[in-house]
Design a protein around this ligand. Structure first.
Ligand SMILES: [Zn+2]
Length: 390
């Protein structure tokens, strides 16, 4: 008979970095004996001086903790999976992972840069997605799959047939439903660890601060300039990182605005006049493009949560889908920025429709816009980007 034993990351130096080992014991007590004979160094990791199992180690057989079964007399059947789950150091670490979580996140747990501590950070993270459309779909999918524990989605639009060309959270059966409902259903089906909070309202100056307040990171997948400026200002005022993304036709861009290191207004102090930059609804967008850009936003969000790598702070990533070219431009904080500069002139949220010279969104116009958009303001005019150096 053979059972599989999951070895937690802190113990793997003892098992030649193996995450899973096979064993042939008939009970948990026999299994512990078998393991410590095979890996003598494991003994003191598992047992105290009197030979008792450390109290900070839980052992699961499949989904049940052995204290809920027969303790160390719990019998093992061929094919059972036994998980050794120690409590983890660090203040943010709460309850141990369940065996299901250990299996679900096993490819993360294997990475030294993620591991149990990083996975716990993901599970504790709260991310707000602005828009459940072209960009929000892949971002939400990957964040949910990664185990980001709380995903807020703000979108007051309904699913339209023309959304399905790229907004992969939604299916044909969802046409006519609120996007937040469809999104929540899809994401919860993927990963029940994730709490999806639906904000089925238009984001505006009166509610943005209140909605943003409870999240750690804001991910922007909006499709219009007023919301883009509103998201920037609200994230800055609340000192929250903003993972920005935009697409148009065959081009995309991604950047992170970290309060103190520059903001969207440092790059674009004023919006283009209405109609000067066509939206996706007007100009079209290749369906797979938001998949790439939204996935990059998910990547950058996960890096921020984990604190790894070199996030796109102070840099603007441009993607040209036709040429298959990625370019990274350096951006800078503008000391004259009206929001984050030395002498800011905008110190609270303003009327963004008036600022951008566009009428406020309504359900009808939004549905039409989302027909091809949810994310359009890519601003492909890269020549206007203030570039400090390449
Ligand atoms: Zn700024």
């Amino acid at each position: 008979m053979s059972v599989t034993v999951y070895i937690p990351t802190p113990f793997r130096s003892v098992t030649a970095n193996q995450a899973y080992v096979e064993a042939g014991s008939a009970t948990i007590a026999e299994l512990l004996s078998e393991l410590t004979q095979r890996y003598p160094e494991l003994d003191q990791r598992l047992h105290d001086d009197s030979g008792q199992l450390h109290r900070y180690i839980n052992i699961y057989v499949n989904k049940e903790e052995i204290e809920d079964l027969q303790g160390q007399d719990t019998p093992l059947q061929p094919g059972d999976e036994v998980s050794l789950i120690p409590a983890l150091a660090g203040g943010a670490i709460g309850t141990p992972f369940t065996p299901t979580q250990v299996r679900r996140y096993s490819r993360h747990l294997l990475l030294p840069e993620v591991g149990p501590v990083g996975q716990r950070k993901l599970l504790n993270a709260k991310v707000l997605l602005i828009g459940a459309g072209g960009l929000g779909s892949p971002t939400a999918f990957y964040l949910a799959a990664a185990g980001v524990g709380t995903l807020g989605i703000v979108d007051f639009d309904e699913v339209d047939l023309s959304n399905l060309q790229r907004q992969i959270l939604h299916q044909e059966k969802d046409v006519g439903r609120p996007k937040v409902d469809s999104a929540r259903e899809t994401l919860t089906a993927l990963n029940p660890d994730v709490q999806v909070i639906a904000h089925d309202v238009p984001l505006h100056a009166e509610n943005a601060l209140e909605i943003f307040e409870s999240y750690d990171i804001i991910v922007n997948g909006c499709d219009n300039f007023p919301t883009r400026y509103l998201a920037n200002d609200a994230a800055y005022f609340l000192k929250k990182p903003l993972v920005d993304g935009g697409i148009n036709q065959f081009e995309g861009l991604v950047s992170i605005y970290m309060p103190g290191d520059g903001c969207y207004r440092c790059l674009y102090p004023a919006p283009p006049p209405p109609g000067a930059v066509p939206s996706c609804a007007e100009a079209g967008v290749l369906g797979v493009l938001p998949g790439i850009v939204g996935s990059m936003q998910a990547l950058e969000t996960i890096k921020l949560i984990l604190g790894i790598g070199d996030p796109l702070i102070g840099r603007l990533l441009l993607f040209d889908a036709l040429a298959v070219e990625f370019r990274t431009l350096r951006t800078r904080r503008d000391p004259g920025c009206p929001v984050c500069g030395e002498t800011p002139t905008i110190n609270e949220l303003i009327d963004y429709e008036e600022f951008c010279g566009v009428p406020p969104p309504t359900k009808e116009t939004e549905t039409v816009a989302a027909g091809a958009a949810t994310n359009g303001t890519a601003t492909p005019a890269t020549a206007t980007v203030p570039v400090a150096s390449r």
